[in-house]
Design a protein around this ligand. Structure first.
Ligand SMILES: NC(=O)c1ccc[n+]([C@@H]2O[C@H](COP(=O)([O-])OP(=O)(O)OC[C@H]3O[C@@H](n4cnc5c(N)ncnc54)[C@H](OP(=O)(O)O)[C@@H]3O)[C@@H](O)[C@H]2O)c1
Length: 251
């Protein structure tokens, strides 16, 4: 399904990004994965390349908040076979969990730089290549927090909502060139980022007790949706935000 395609997945040294890289590789893609820490990124590339998939993982250390790192990442991926078919803007941070009045400009700027400006910078760099090819799929990993405010989550929610409008705006303009842009809004997924919500049994059970699908979401459950959006299976889908939350937002 993805043979001969080149993909970039940011924040893929663990969690959702690693799972997305894995399914793209399973279908034959060459996947450039990034993260800040060389050691964990190399370990992830080792795990992914050890799965026996037909695709490959190529690690490139990059901080998505740094323009020069992103430029180098895009340059490496483009040099692979001259194509850029899939961009998954997945890396994000949440350094500002707490009461909204406690955080100032330092946290605001950091959250915007890492969660929003990174996706914009990469799209601005990669979309022209996709437009020239006449095809491409960009996937922004948002969150249910970008659709419904969560307690003590002002800056995170704000950045995730911004990604949804970024998705729609790019989709509108790039569609005529054959480039699709979609978002995924995960609910609670079992990763390091969200461990506050699931490590404590009582807190996890309280959370899941209110959710139609009673199990804790797994990274692969996001990855399979990302694969659909990356592939021709979703050739008529653009500008959408697919909610993958076990029904959480229905409650
Ligand atoms: N888990 C959930 O419940 C949940 C729910 C909704 C949405 N999401 C979204 O899903 C995405 C993935 O989250 P996750 O749960 O998989 O997180 P995670 O387990 O914490 O993994 C984050 C990944 O991003 C990398 N990363 C973090 N900051 C980075 C930076 N500045 N530059 C480059 N790489 C960076 C990390 O590696 P390094 O630390 O080495 O850089 C790691 O590989 C995020 O956009 C998150 O907001 C998650």
């Amino acid at each position: 399904m993805m043979k001969g395609k080149t993909a970039i997945v940011t924040g893929a040294s663990r969690g959702i990004g690693e799972a997305i890289a894995g399914v793209l590789m399973r279908e034959g893609a060459a996947v450039f994965i990034c993260g800040r820490k060389a050691e964990t990124l190399e370990e992830a590339a080792g795990r992914l390349n050890g799965l026996g998939h037909s695709g490959q993982a190529i690690p490139v250390v990059a901080h998505v908040g740094k323009a020069a790192d992103l430029e180098a990442l895009v340059g490496r991926a483009k040099a692979h076979n001259g194509r850029l078919d899939v961009l998954v803007n997945n890396a994000a941070t949440n350094i500002a969990q707490g009461p909204c009045l406690e955080f100032g400009e330092v946290q605001f700027d950091k959250m915007i730089e890492t969660n929003v400006k990174s996706a914009w910078r990469l799209t601005q760099a990669i979309a022209p290549v996709m437009v020239a090819q006449g095809s491409g799929s960009i996937i922004n990993i948002s969150s249910v927090a970008g659709l419904r405010p969560q307690p003590q989550s002002l800056l995170y929610s704000m950045t995730k909502a911004a990604l949804i409008m970024m998705t729609q705006s790019y989709a509108l303009e790039l569609g005529p060139s054959g480039v699709r842009v979609n978002a995924i809004a995960p609910g609670l997924i079992q990763t390091q980022l969200s461990e506050f919500y699931w490590k404590d049994d009582a807190r996890r059970d309280r959370f899941l007790g209110n959710q139609p699908m009673r199990h804790l979401g797994q990274p692969i459950e996001i990855a399979e949706i990302a694969l659909m959006l990356a592939s021709g299976k979703s050739s008529y889908v653009t500008g959408q935000t697919i909610i993958v939350d076990g029904g959480y937002l229905l409650t």
